[in-house]
Design a protein around this ligand. Structure first.
Ligand code: FAD
Length: 517
């Protein structure tokens, strides 16, 4: 037993020597002044020096002379206090090339000889590549951060579809502009409503969405349009317990690009085209209305002549040559011919295209088209659109005519001499699968007994009574019915005239409207 202890000690020394020699870490042992006593092969590999070239020389031969003096001071202060020091130094290889050394220096005291010479054990790795990678990462992070913070696009990084974990200044500005805490939630909600099943599918399968347009109408503010893109990425967990696992977390990146300026330019163009189209349509409509009125007006006397002729024929009996009867018959035939001729000249109703329609957009168009007449009549408009309104199937053109008529009626009703209250409130909302619109003016209102009558053709409360006037609300009623909607005048409203409309959002409306001519 006694003889085996030194034998084990020798073996351990040999093993230790081999371990140090074969270590991949550069190891140096120096005296108290950092003069090299020993280096291992890894040291020679990294520095390019042979052991014989460094033995007896100071470790400072590795200095690239760019490491701040303060670093060396810290190093030596730690060693002087009998402590280890770790840090990074800029070293120079034998060939002059620099490398970053991650160095740990430890004082080595000989046990049982506290007064003996101190030695130092230096161990270092070349971490140049590691540093380069870290710098690349940091640079790209800073680049991304600066692009993201100055870019005119708003972005939000979300977990699930409600929690925003990261955003940028443009996003926060958007939150202020829209008056909501998380615009991302509003955008997702809008996309869900506008895209329906395809959004659900994209969301469930983590499919990207590219440049989906979303439009917000801010109460009392400008409209805003955005191109919205959604992409997904998986974050791998950095927790040590998932080092050999595959723990991931899904993130949704929402990017919003403000296209309001572009849309406004397009809108201005669209408005001018629409104005031209409307003036042509209005001309035809006016012609159709006048001819229909003429037919209507003519039909009464012709009917009376027919009745008079019938009475005369019955009074005189068959085979009579009575000149009055002949005159009456001729007048009846001439009248009927005139009616037929007039009917034939009535321009046909145009074929109207059916498509998904957002009533907020329709009403906005109408208000823009009517701006000059509203201003001329001194009418104050309070437009309160629902922030998100589901689209309905219908004819944009017909619905525009409908709301134009209601706005025109409201302006005419309030534009009375001496009438001071001139306010028009239009509000949209969506409730239980229906889109609801309220058009409310502060004019004299419609008396209760006329609330149904005003929807009859040729009925008008304005001077002239029956005539070419009075087709407006009848046309409105017709368009509402075609869209399976409901229109009524609120009898309980006393501050003027309040017209309530609602339309189904369901797709069955399509069937009815396919034949909408
Ligand atoms: P120096 O004149 O050597 O010293 C700079 C500062 O350190 C001064 O403030 C000085 O007062 C203080 N200082 C120097 N020697 C001592 C000492 N013996 N006791 C107390 N304070 C002292 N340097 C590298 O650049 N690269 C290396 O890889 C490296 N490895 C090292 C490994 C070991 C084990 C040890 C002990 C030191 C190592 N050094 C290394 C430090 C090196 O010895 C030099 O201190 C350093 O390179 C600065 O050299 P210098 O000639 O510029 O300045």
């Amino acid at each position: 037993m006694e003889t085996s202890i030194p034998a084990q000690g020798v073996l351990a020394d040999t093993l230790f020597h081999h371990a140090v020699e074969q270590s991949a870490i550069a190891i140096a042992i120096t005296d108290a002044n950092a003069s090299v006593l020993y280096v291992n092969p890894a040291y020679c590999n990294i520095t390019g020096y042979a052991a014989s070239e460094v033995i007896g020389r100071n470790q400072s031969l590795l200095s690239y002379r760019k490491t701040p003096k303060s670093v060396y001071r810290e190093l030596w202060a730690a060693l002087a206090a009998g402590k280890s020091w770790s840090g990074r130094l800029l070293n120079r290889r034998k060939d002059g090339t620099p490398y970053i050394a991650e160095l740990t220096v430890t004082p080595v005291l000989t046990p049982g000889d506290p007064l003996g010479d101190v030695h130092y054990l230096g161990m270092h790795r070349d971490v140049t590549e590691e540093h380069r990678q870290a710098c690349l990462l940091l640079n790209s992070k800073q680049l991304i951060e600066s692009v993201v913070s100055v870019a005119p696009i708003a972005f939000a990084l979300m977990v699930g579809n409600t929690e925003v974990v990261l955003d940028n200044p443009a996003y926060r500005k958007l939150a202020g502009d829209l008056g909501v805490k998380e615009p991302a939630v509003l955008v997702i909600d809008t996309l869900k409503k506008s895209m329906g099943e395809s959004f659900k599918h994209a969301f469930a399968h983590r499919r990207p969405l590219i440049a989906q347009e979303v439009h917000f109408q801010r109460p009392g503010g400008d409209d805003r349009w955005y191109h919205c893109s959604v992409s997904w990425f998986e974050e791998h967990s950095s927790s040590p317990d998932s080092f050999y696992g595959d723990a991931t977390r899904d993130y949704m990146l929402l990017v919003l690009h403000d296209i309001t300026t572009l849309r406004r330019q397009e809108e201005a163009l669209r408005m001018s085209v629409m104005r031209e189209h409307l003036s042509a349509t209005e001309l035809t409509d006016a012609l159709r209305e006048s001819l229909s009125a003429a037919v209507f007006q003519l039909q009464g006397p012709v009917n009376l002549i027919a009745v008079a002729a019938g009475l005369q024929r019955r009074r005189l009996g068959p085979g009579t040559n009575d000149p009055l009867l002949q005159a009456l018959e001729e007048a009846r035939i001439a009248g009927e011919n005139a009616i037929t001729t007039l009917r034939d000249t009535i321009p046909p109703e145009p074929v109207i295209a059916v498509s998904p329609v957002n009533l907020n957009e329709v009403i906005r168009d109408v208000l823009m088209l009517e701006t000059s007449s509203l201003l001329a009549a001194g009418v104050t408009v309070d437009w309160q659109p629902a922030r998100v309104l589901p689209v309905m199937m219908g004819s944009g053109e017909a619905l525009r005519s409908l709301f134009r008529q209601l706005v025109t009626n409201a302006v005419e009703a309030m534009n009375l001499k001496g009438w001071s209250a001139r306010n028009l409130l239009i509000r949209s909302a969506s409730r239980e699968g229906r889109v609801e619109i309220e058009v409310c003016d502060s004019g004299p209102g419609i008396p209760d007994h006329l609330r149904l009558k005003v929807f009859e053709p040729f009925f008008s409360t304005k001077k002239g009574g029956r005539g070419t006037r009075g087709m407006g609300l009848s046309m409105v009623q017709e368009i509402v019915s075609r869209h399976r909607g409901v229109i009524f005048i609120d009898s309980g409203y006393t501050g003027g005239c309040r017209i309530m409309l609602n339309f189904p959002v369901r797709s069955e409306t399509t069937v009815e409207l396919e034949t909408f001519k």
